[in-house]
Design a protein around this ligand. Sequence first.
Ligand SMILES: [Zn+2]
Length: 163
Amino acid sequence: MTLAQFTEIFVLLAVQLRFTDADEATIRGYFKALSDVEPELIAMAAQRFAHGASINADGQAWFPKAPEWRAMTVKVEKDRGDELAGIIRKRHLVNEVLCRACEDTGWALAGDRYRPCMCRDVRKLEILGRRPMPALPAYEPIGQPGQLQKAEALAAQHVKGMR
Ligand SMILES: [Zn+2]
């Protein structure tokens, strides 16, 4: 993350939470503490604070300190990882895998040993929102294949019998 990227996010949150005594030294101080975090996570965490994640018992929103902001980025990353895992589980129910190399385990066989699969980088981009999240499966399995046809044939026989 660059100082320019961070400043943009910081200033927006400062306006939203009326943090009027924020000056350049404050922004640089926060940046120093948070510069190793991906800007997307910083922005998504800021959005949560702006939407009321930092409200005290009196109903007043407070501007997060740097460690609180970092803790929120960890929570955002975990929540998005859980969302992605949920999508992958639902896809597996209909035998759709995102990565054929590792079948979405994150570990692919290379020679005679397992190594971290290359798809981990792609999943990381999805968590950060640089790539869209994978879609949920287009259909859910309903009974066995051919069951509908069997049911229709039975119904047709029944209708015939009533005549
Ligand atoms: Zn993989």
